[in-house]
Write a protein that binds this ligand. Structure first.
Ligand SMILES: [Zn+2]
Ligand SMILES: [Zn+2]
Length: 271
């Protein structure tokens, strides 16, 4: 007999951000087939126009909330569909962010930094090492805003590989960011999108996961799906990795409150 569904995938997108494909319905169908109990849809929140990125517009936010609401109703009793948002963090975005967040009552708020062009213009100099440091400094600052439940793809910057960016060089910056995240009580995701790109490695890297465990930072599983087939991507492998790092439980958020389940139980529930 199949084990009871218990696990949530806490990070996925909708076509409203302009760079993901598939309707939420299709993501839900994959989640059900994989044995998940639920999904948290966390599309990218609107950005000011000078950030020049494909995102939903400020005017579209109510449409996004309605889209997730309709999916939630349709799947009620089969799969628990929840409303979340992935928020781009940068110090200059704080008041903008507060305005957006006043318009939504989500189950889950993720903070992430994609060092996109506008971010680079604002914060990067010619020194690539300084770029790396400011990224981790900003992740710590994001945790301390008090707005977020979790940090998305913690070491995303490693994807923008440069020869100078051996993470060992930034061990201290990474540890300081984790200290701030732990002190602020945030969760960090184990994001399997990294396994789909050329690095073939989760965000964060294994040594960072062990640093997180030392600080007892909870972990949420995240596929960061930008198409339906990505839902619950490599979750078996992610749960094994988590156990290897010393974790016994995995977390997710409902109504902004962290829930946790045993890794073994989560593992047995996947199909
Ligand atoms: Zn995206
Ligand atoms: Zn994402």
């Amino acid at each position: 007999m199949r084990a009871e569904p218990v696990l949530y995938d806490c990070h996925m997108h909708t076509p409203m951000c302009g760079h993901a494909i598939g309707e939420p319905d299709e993501y839900a169908a994959v989640a059900e087939a994989r044995g998940l109990k639920g999904i948290v849809i966390t599309c990218h929140y609107p950005l000011p126009s000078d950030w020049r990125r494909p995102r939903m517009t400020e005017e579209q936010l109510p449409e996004y909330i309605a889209l997730v609401g309709r999916t939630r109703e349709k799947w009620r009793g089969r799969l628990d569909v929840r409303l979340g948002l992935e928020c781009e963090y940068a110090p200059v975005l704080e008041s903008w962010l507060e305005r957006q967040l006043a318009r939504i009552e989500p189950d889950y708020l993720l903070a992430s930094i994609h060092p996109i062009q506008r971010y680079q213009e604002l914060y990067w100099t010619d020194d690539p090492c300084a770029a790396h440091r400011v990224y981790y400094e900003h992740l710590g600052a994001a945790a301390e805003t008090g707005h977020f439940d979790a940090i998305a793809h913690f070491d995303f910057i490693k994807f923008m590989v440069r020869a100078e960016w051996d993470p060992g060089h930034f061990r201290h910056d990474i540890q300081r960011a984790l200290d701030r995240i732990a002190a602020a009580g945030l969760t960090v995701e184990l994001n399997t999108a990294g396994l789909r790109n050329r690095l073939k490695e989760t965000y964060p890297s294994f040594w960072i996961l062990k640093e997180m465990k030392k600080r007892e930072i909870p972990v949420a599983l995240a596929s960061d799906a930008h198409q339906p087939e990505h839902v619950a991507w490599a979750f078996e492998k992610a749960l094994d990795t988590l156990a290897k790092a010393g974790y016994t439980h995995v977390s997710f958020f409902l109504e902004r409150r962290r829930q946790e389940i045993a890794i073994e139980q989560a593992r047995a529930s996947l199909t």
